[in-house]
Design a protein around this ligand. Structure first.
Ligand SMILES: Cc1ncc(COP(=O)(O)O)c(C=O)c1O
Length: 375
């Protein structure tokens, strides 16, 4: 078969064939960099990396198979395959094809939102404190004024305060929020989006959507239909295990998508990421199995920390944030020396540690090292 001249229909069929094949999932732990699956190591030791909210189980075996099947397409621009993924995402989210924009990770979507709506001449960025900082950096580089609004006592976005300072520009709402893993209740968000001035754009970042199971949590994608100023971002980096491949997207009304696309580099999502994302969506096991494994390891970790006297902010994500009752920076450094990487300092919460939920054995290693560095 000549894979170079493959038709779009054939491509979809092939992904189906790939999806049906049984593939053994290769090991995805951190090992020496000379090994193909390696990502990090120290002098011979294995690092336990619980610092970047990645998914240690990786993408679906079907995604791994799809990528190897598509090595032959590496010399082609990915236009058709962009469309295949967009069609799937449009169907999944019950929106039209032209309401989806793919990005090189959702980081690209965040940057496009900052470039389009926040800057010296465009308007300010309003964000929570603490929250995921990427878009704050993007907007600052554009010369935008950045207004940080502290989270409430229950670690949700303080929407009334954010609304009070809104005026054109962009409001960034990370839900569940990174680094606190907390949610902003759906009723409050509905109300906020309904009342926000139309000339102020609202970006809801749902990177951790699949890990949230609270009845108070809901995606804002269905609201896009009635709200031209709403953009919702999603990523394949978390439950789909594709952080190293880079693929994300947003849903918005078509005029907004057009505005964002005007700032975008052409063909920013590569063919391997597209093949993997399409196959991941075709694996009905990928999401529930990631949810179950993470939830089990999370419950174990929270309960062990609780026994040690450390309280965790209620988590709706694949990471937790807990009060370590002392400045976190020396602990981060001491853990690093024991080959355990945890989240960085978030200056608004200097005594809190952000910890990614890895596999059970990784959490056991963390707990043992944490016991040593706090003894
Ligand atoms: C809230 C949030 N949004 C966006 C991203 C960026 O993800 P990516 O660019 O890998 O899609 C991250 C990464 O950790 C995140 O935590």
């Amino acid at each position: 078969m000549n894979i170079m001249s493959i038709s779009r229909r054939r491509f979809a069929q092939l992904l189906g064939v790939g999806a049906a094949a049984v593939v053994v999932r290769p090991p995805l732990s951190f090992a020496k960099p000379t090994q193909p699956d390696a990502t990090s190591s120290t002098t011979g030791g294995t690092i336990v990396r619980l610092s970047a909210n990645e998914n240690p189980y990786g993408p679906s075996p079907k995604a791994l198979k799809a990528m190897t099947d598509y090595f032959g397409l590496a010399c082609r621009y990915p236009d058709e395959h962009n469309n295949i993924l967009i069609d799937k995402l449009a169907k999944l989210n019950n929106v039209d094809h032209d309401q989806i924009l793919l990005g090189d990770g959702s980081s690209e979507i965040l940057q496009l939102c900052a470039d389009t709506f926040a800057g010296k001449d465009r308007g300010k960025l309003i964000a929570a404190d603490p929250t995921f900082e990427a878009i704050i950096n993007n907007a600052s580089v554009n010369g935008a004024e950045v207004v940080k609004v502290p989270l409430t006592n229950s670690f949700s976005h303080d929407l009334p305060k954010m609304a009070a300072v809104a005026q054109e520009g962009l409001i960034y709402i990370c839900n569940p929020n990174n680094p606190t893993a907390s949610i902003t209740p759906r009723n409050e968000l509905h109300d906020f989006i309904a009342k926000a001035p139309r000339d102020t754009m609202i970006l809801v970042d749902e990177a951790y959507f699949h890990y949230a199971d609270s009845p108070d949590y809901e995606s804002m994608i269905p609201l896009v239909r009635d709200h031209p100023n709403l953009i919702v971002a999603r990523t394949f980096s978390k439950i789909y295990g594709m952080a190293g491949l880079r693929c994300g997207y947003c849903v918005a009304q078509r005029e907004t998508i057009k505005q964002l696309r005007a700032h975008q580099m052409w063909d920013s999502v590569n063919i391997m990421a597209l093949a993997a994302a399409i196959a991941n969506l075709d694996d009905s096991n990928q999401v529930p199995s990631g949810q179950r494994l993470t939830s089990e390891a999370k419950a174990f970790t929270i309960s062990e920390l609780d026994k040690m006297g450390y309280k965790t902010i209620p988590s709706q994500a694949n990471f937790i944030m807990f009060d370590c009752k002392r400045p976190v920076v020396p602990l981060i450094q001491a853990l690093k020396q024991r080959n355990v990487q945890v989240g960085r300092l978030f200056p608004a919460l200097p005594n809190y540690m952000r910890l990614t939920i890895g596999k059970r054995n990784e959490m056991e290693t963390f707990l043992s090292a944490f016991g040593q560095v706090t003894a």
